[in-house]
Ligand binder design. Structure first.
Ligand code: NAD
Ligand code: G6P
Ligand code: MN
Length: 450
């Protein structure tokens, strides 16, 4: 019998994901009872549009829950047990530039990978730290479940700058891929699988996958992925074209090491020229999302508010976000759930930097995550991860020291970038575009290239 019920604040309340997550929380109240649900955003106008619809969902499905939407940190963060954070500093307008600036130079233009991800990281660090600080000021016992991107850089910043804070960094990509694996293997849920996985965020590999009886599912999955990637079957494309291309491309990514199954994000590091070439520099993923998910969610929310009812709403429960409830439950009820989290390596990967933030299986309970031992990893993955983790650490160093030199080094080191000259040209454009959001970098100009 669950007696306690929880107070939750969603930070980044104006996010396109908020209505689906609120519906998911309302659908899981038997698992995770909620007494108070708040939305917090620093853009009140944007959040109010989403909040109007969320208030109606709550009124219809669980009127006993106290609801509040605010841009006031004290109101938002006082008396909360969990902060669920999904902020996007600079919003889609800046994501668009993160994607388009590198593409001007023939380099991958991506939200979290390459120079775009680095630029986004420089914006996100301050925003996420601010939310941690509000939480600790107004609700010092609360936990923050953070899925704000770029999670790898944000996680390294929390490790370095808020080492004692109760923050759990998590990504939904492994969950999404595991859903597909379960379908491919003929299981009804990914929860019937037990996995071993290691890597960095958006940069990892599955080494073992078993069903609940301990049968090895790797052979059947490998056979399928070698031919179709993570697309369940060749004629069935259940998502947008750009995502479907990504799931199919996993086939080529898999070929680089057929012993393991890759995270789809590795496509940007193994095939950077191809990825850049097939992008439309005038219409990138940010444009697709603005014209698609964002327009849809905001128009639906407006309709719900105008009708004063959600009966004609097409917004779906974000079932796939139920991993957030699993995580909150693990902390709240000490469930010992096994989940992939982004945590300090600390010896879990034996032959890898102990201070790196790695994505690995953890047992999660009331005291937080207990990472499982991974052991030694092969030279190929180790080399790739050392390069990528250096990018992530250099971005955080650049942010702390306000160093354009270190930021240039971070971009040079990214496997998506062909040379220091291209890195410099991209950096100069990014500095210009991000003036409002990055810390003011030291004045010392980088030396011109001959
Ligand atoms: P969005 O732009 O729709 O929403 C983000 C919201 O954050 C906006 O309403 C914005 O005003 C707000 N915001 C920005 N800076 C803020 C600050 N300093 N304080 C408070 N609020 C702030 O974006 P979205 O597409 O819905 O994505 C939200 C976030 O979730 C992004 O970081 C995205 O990358 C991330 N995300 C992560 C995962 C994952 O697996 N880790 C999955 C999906 C989305
Ligand atoms: C996955 C990743 C997230 C990323 C999102 C982008 O869910 O795990 O980290 O933010 O994809 O999706 P979008 O639809 O915004 O391009
Ligand atoms: Mn992610």
């Amino acid at each position: 019998m669950m007696t306690k019920s929880f107070s939750v604040v969603i930070a980044g309340g104006g996010s396109t994901f908020t209505p689906g997550i609120v519906l998911m929380l309302l659908d899981n109240l038997d698992q995770f009872p909620i007494r108070k649900l708040k939305l917090y955003d620093n853009d009140k106008e944007r959040q109010d549009k989403i909040a109007g619809a969320c208030e109606i969902f709550i009124h219809e499905k669980a009127p006993e829950i106290e609801f509040l939407a605010t841009d006031d940190p004290e109101q938002a963060f006082t008396d909360v047990d969990f902060v669920m954070a999904h902020i996007r500093v600079g919003k889609y307008a800046m994501r668009e530039l993160d994607e388009k600036i590198p593409l001007k130079y023939g380099v991958v233009g991506q939200e979290t990978c390459g120079p775009g991800g680095i630029a986004y990281g420089m914006r996100s660090i301050g925003g996420v730290l601010e939310i941690i600080d509000y939480m600790e000021k107004y609700s010092p016992d609360a936990w923050m479940l953070n899925y704000s991107n770029p999670a790898a850089i944000v996680a390294e910043a929390t490790r370095r700058l808020r080492p004692d804070s109760k923050v759990l960094n998590i990504c939904d990509m492994p969950v999404g891929i595991e859903d597909r694996m379960a379908e491919i293997a003929g299981l009804s849920s990914r929860k019937e699988m037990k996995v071993r996985y290691y890597g960095l965020n958006h940069f990892g590999w599955w080494t073992e996958i078993q069903d609940s009886e301990g049968n090895d599912l790797m052979p059947v999955l490998k056979k399928h992925i070698k031919e179709f990637g993570y697309t369940p079957n060749a004629n069935h494309h259940p998502t947008e074209k750009s995502w479907n291309d990504t799931f199919t491309k996993a086939r080529d990514v898999y070929a680089t090491d057929p012993d393991v199954l890759p995270n789809t994000y590795l496509q940007y590091y193994f095939f950077p020229q191809q990825m850049a070439k097939k992008s439309n520099p005038d219409f990138t993923r940010a444009n697709e999302v603005m014209a698609g998910r964002e327009a849809f969610i905001f128009s639906q929310c407006q309709k719900i508010v105008e009708e004063g009812s959600s009966k004609n709403s097409e917004i779906e429960i974000d079932d796939h976000a139920s991993y957030i409830v699993d995580l909150a439950r693990a902390i709240a009820y000490n469930t010992g759930e096994r989940m992939l989290l982004i945590v300090e390596n600390n010896g879990a990967i034996e032959n890898f930097d102990s201070t790196a933030m790695v994505e690995i299986p953890c047992i999660v309970g009331s005291n937080g995550p207990e990472p499982l031992a991974v052991g030694k990893i092969p030279q190929f993955q180790k080399g790739l991860m050392e390069q990528q983790v250096s990018v992530e650490k250099l971005v955080v160093e650049a942010w702390v020291e306000k160093s354009s030199q270190k930021l240039w080094q971070a971009i040079i080191l990214s496997k998506t970038v062909p040379g220091a000259d291209v890195a410099k040209a991209i950096l100069e454009d990014l500095i210009e575009a991000n003036r409002e959001y990055w810390p003011q970098l030291e004045e010392k100009p980088l030396q011109p290239i001959i």
